[in-house]
Design a protein. Structure first.
Length: 201
Protein backbone atom coordinates (compact mmCIF):
# COMPACT_ATOMS: atom_id res chain seq x y z
CA UNK A 1 0.00 0.00 0.00
CA UNK A 2 2.76 2.42 0.95
CA UNK A 3 4.61 1.57 -2.25
CA UNK A 4 1.51 2.43 -4.28
CA UNK A 5 1.08 5.76 -2.49
CA UNK A 6 4.71 6.64 -3.09
CA UNK A 7 4.34 5.72 -6.78
CA UNK A 8 1.21 7.89 -7.08
CA UNK A 9 3.00 10.79 -5.40
CA UNK A 10 6.03 10.48 -7.70
CA UNK A 11 3.74 10.29 -10.75
CA UNK A 12 1.76 13.34 -9.60
CA UNK A 13 4.95 15.34 -9.01
CA UNK A 14 6.28 14.37 -12.44
CA UNK A 15 3.02 15.43 -14.11
CA UNK A 16 3.08 18.78 -12.30
CA UNK A 17 6.65 19.41 -13.40
CA UNK A 18 5.84 18.52 -17.02
CA UNK A 19 2.81 20.84 -17.00
CA UNK A 20 4.79 23.68 -15.42
CA UNK A 21 7.58 23.36 -17.99
CA UNK A 22 5.06 23.14 -20.80
CA UNK A 23 3.15 26.24 -19.72
CA UNK A 24 6.40 28.13 -19.12
CA UNK A 25 7.72 27.30 -22.57
CA UNK A 26 4.47 28.28 -24.26
CA UNK A 27 4.31 31.59 -22.44
CA UNK A 28 7.88 32.60 -23.18
CA UNK A 29 7.50 31.67 -26.85
CA UNK A 30 4.41 33.89 -27.13
CA UNK A 31 5.79 36.86 -25.22
CA UNK A 32 9.28 36.81 -26.69
CA UNK A 33 10.04 39.62 -29.13
CA UNK A 34 13.42 40.86 -30.25
CA UNK A 35 14.51 44.48 -30.57
CA UNK A 36 17.24 45.35 -33.09
CA UNK A 37 19.04 48.63 -33.78
CA UNK A 38 19.99 49.89 -37.26
CA UNK A 39 21.87 53.08 -38.18
CA UNK A 40 22.50 52.37 -41.87
CA UNK A 41 21.26 50.49 -44.92
CA UNK A 42 23.15 47.22 -44.42
CA UNK A 43 22.29 47.09 -40.72
CA UNK A 44 18.61 47.63 -41.49
CA UNK A 45 18.53 44.95 -44.22
CA UNK A 46 20.27 42.52 -41.87
CA UNK A 47 17.85 43.28 -39.02
CA UNK A 48 14.78 42.82 -41.26
CA UNK A 49 16.17 39.51 -42.48
CA UNK A 50 16.77 38.27 -38.91
CA UNK A 51 13.58 39.66 -37.37
CA UNK A 52 10.51 37.58 -36.69
CA UNK A 53 6.95 38.69 -37.33
CA UNK A 54 6.15 41.56 -34.94
CA UNK A 55 9.75 42.33 -33.98
CA UNK A 56 10.91 45.93 -33.57
CA UNK A 57 13.91 47.63 -35.16
CA UNK A 58 15.06 50.96 -33.68
CA UNK A 59 16.39 53.16 -36.48
CA UNK A 60 18.59 56.25 -36.36
CA UNK A 61 20.22 58.64 -38.82
CA UNK A 62 19.28 59.14 -42.46
CA UNK A 63 18.99 55.72 -44.10
CA UNK A 64 18.77 55.45 -47.90
CA UNK A 65 16.81 52.40 -49.02
CA UNK A 66 15.36 50.84 -52.15
CA UNK A 67 13.76 47.41 -51.76
CA UNK A 68 12.94 46.07 -48.30
CA UNK A 69 10.30 44.20 -46.34
CA UNK A 70 9.17 40.59 -46.31
CA UNK A 71 5.81 39.25 -47.56
CA UNK A 72 5.84 36.59 -44.82
CA UNK A 73 6.21 38.88 -41.79
CA UNK A 74 5.54 42.40 -40.52
CA UNK A 75 8.37 44.34 -38.90
CA UNK A 76 8.09 47.58 -36.88
CA UNK A 77 10.59 50.39 -37.52
CA UNK A 78 10.70 52.86 -34.63
CA UNK A 79 12.23 56.30 -34.88
CA UNK A 80 14.98 56.93 -32.29
CA UNK A 81 15.64 60.66 -32.77
CA UNK A 82 14.16 63.75 -34.39
CA UNK A 83 16.79 63.48 -37.15
CA UNK A 84 15.83 59.92 -38.13
CA UNK A 85 14.44 59.53 -41.64
CA UNK A 86 14.30 56.91 -44.38
CA UNK A 87 14.98 58.10 -47.93
CA UNK A 88 13.47 55.88 -50.62
CA UNK A 89 15.40 55.96 -53.87
CA UNK A 90 14.36 55.34 -57.48
CA UNK A 91 12.40 52.14 -58.03
CA UNK A 92 11.73 51.48 -54.34
CA UNK A 93 9.53 48.55 -53.35
CA UNK A 94 8.48 48.37 -49.69
CA UNK A 95 6.13 45.87 -48.04
CA UNK A 96 4.86 44.81 -44.61
CA UNK A 97 6.58 47.55 -42.61
CA UNK A 98 5.14 49.58 -39.74
CA UNK A 99 6.77 53.03 -39.67
CA UNK A 100 6.34 54.34 -36.12
CA UNK A 101 7.48 57.89 -35.42
CA UNK A 102 6.98 57.41 -31.65
CA UNK A 103 5.43 60.90 -31.62
CA UNK A 104 8.91 62.46 -31.57
CA UNK A 105 8.55 66.14 -32.50
CA UNK A 106 10.65 66.90 -35.59
CA UNK A 107 10.78 69.05 -38.73
CA UNK A 108 11.26 66.23 -41.27
CA UNK A 109 8.91 63.44 -42.37
CA UNK A 110 9.77 59.88 -41.38
CA UNK A 111 9.91 58.82 -45.05
CA UNK A 112 10.94 60.86 -48.09
CA UNK A 113 10.54 59.49 -51.61
CA UNK A 114 12.41 60.50 -54.73
CA UNK A 115 11.59 58.43 -57.82
CA UNK A 116 9.12 55.72 -58.75
CA UNK A 117 7.90 53.51 -55.92
CA UNK A 118 5.45 50.86 -54.72
CA UNK A 119 4.51 50.63 -51.04
CA UNK A 120 2.25 47.77 -49.98
CA UNK A 121 0.67 46.62 -46.71
CA UNK A 122 2.48 49.26 -44.67
CA UNK A 123 1.39 51.37 -41.71
CA UNK A 124 2.55 54.92 -40.96
CA UNK A 125 1.77 56.05 -37.43
CA UNK A 126 2.70 58.53 -34.69
CA UNK A 127 4.77 60.76 -36.99
CA UNK A 128 4.92 64.33 -35.68
CA UNK A 129 6.48 66.73 -38.21
CA UNK A 130 5.39 70.05 -36.75
CA UNK A 131 8.46 71.56 -35.16
CA UNK A 132 8.32 75.20 -36.19
CA UNK A 133 11.95 75.70 -37.24
CA UNK A 134 11.77 74.85 -40.93
CA UNK A 135 10.25 71.84 -42.67
CA UNK A 136 6.95 70.59 -41.35
CA UNK A 137 5.73 69.39 -44.76
CA UNK A 138 4.31 65.85 -44.66
CA UNK A 139 3.88 64.20 -41.27
CA UNK A 140 4.72 60.61 -42.22
CA UNK A 141 5.68 60.81 -45.91
CA UNK A 142 6.87 63.41 -48.38
CA UNK A 143 6.89 62.40 -52.05
CA UNK A 144 9.35 64.68 -53.84
CA UNK A 145 9.20 63.19 -57.33
CA UNK A 146 8.28 60.12 -59.35
CA UNK A 147 5.27 57.93 -59.98
CA UNK A 148 4.14 55.63 -57.21
CA UNK A 149 1.50 53.49 -55.58
CA UNK A 150 0.32 53.03 -52.01
CA UNK A 151 -1.58 49.73 -51.82
CA UNK A 152 -3.44 48.57 -48.68
CA UNK A 153 -1.66 51.06 -46.45
CA UNK A 154 -2.81 52.62 -43.18
CA UNK A 155 -2.05 56.14 -41.97
CA UNK A 156 -2.92 56.94 -38.35
CA UNK A 157 -2.06 59.63 -35.78
CA UNK A 158 0.28 61.66 -38.00
CA UNK A 159 0.62 65.45 -37.95
CA UNK A 160 2.52 68.25 -39.67
CA UNK A 161 2.31 71.96 -40.32
CA UNK A 162 0.94 70.98 -43.75
CA UNK A 163 -0.01 67.51 -44.95
CA UNK A 164 -0.72 65.60 -41.75
CA UNK A 165 -0.21 62.15 -43.26
CA UNK A 166 1.50 62.81 -46.57
CA UNK A 167 2.73 65.64 -48.79
CA UNK A 168 2.99 65.13 -52.54
CA UNK A 169 5.23 67.67 -54.23
CA UNK A 170 6.18 68.76 -57.78
CA UNK A 171 5.09 66.83 -60.90
CA UNK A 172 4.26 63.58 -59.18
CA UNK A 173 1.71 60.86 -59.95
CA UNK A 174 0.54 59.06 -56.82
CA UNK A 175 -2.14 56.36 -56.62
CA UNK A 176 -3.81 55.21 -53.39
CA UNK A 177 -5.59 51.83 -53.51
CA UNK A 178 -7.55 50.56 -50.50
CA UNK A 179 -5.72 52.84 -48.08
CA UNK A 180 -7.11 54.05 -44.77
CA UNK A 181 -6.31 57.50 -43.39
CA UNK A 182 -7.49 58.64 -39.98
CA UNK A 183 -6.53 61.01 -37.17
CA UNK A 184 -4.35 63.17 -39.42
CA UNK A 185 -3.76 66.82 -38.56
CA UNK A 186 -2.32 69.67 -40.62
CA UNK A 187 -1.86 72.89 -38.65
CA UNK A 188 -2.15 75.14 -41.71
CA UNK A 189 -3.69 72.84 -44.34
CA UNK A 190 -3.97 69.28 -45.56
CA UNK A 191 -5.00 67.21 -42.55
CA UNK A 192 -4.61 64.03 -44.59
CA UNK A 193 -2.81 64.97 -47.83
CA UNK A 194 -1.09 68.14 -48.99
CA UNK A 195 -1.46 68.56 -52.75
CA UNK A 196 1.17 70.76 -54.40
CA UNK A 197 1.80 70.89 -58.16
CA UNK A 198 1.11 67.24 -58.83
CA UNK A 199 -1.38 64.78 -60.17
CA UNK A 200 -3.25 62.67 -57.60
CA UNK A 201 -5.13 59.56 -58.73
Amino acid sequence: MNKRRKLYRITAVMLCLILMVGFGTGFSAKAETTVYTAMGQQELLWAIDKAKDGDTILIGGNISMCDFGDPEKQVILERMTAETTISLQYGANVQNIVFDGKDIKTNIPMVTIQGDFTIENCTFQNCNNKRNDGGGIGGAVQVKSGTGNFNNCNFNQNSAIAGGHIAVMSNTNVTFKQCDMKNGYGYSKGGAILIALHRLL
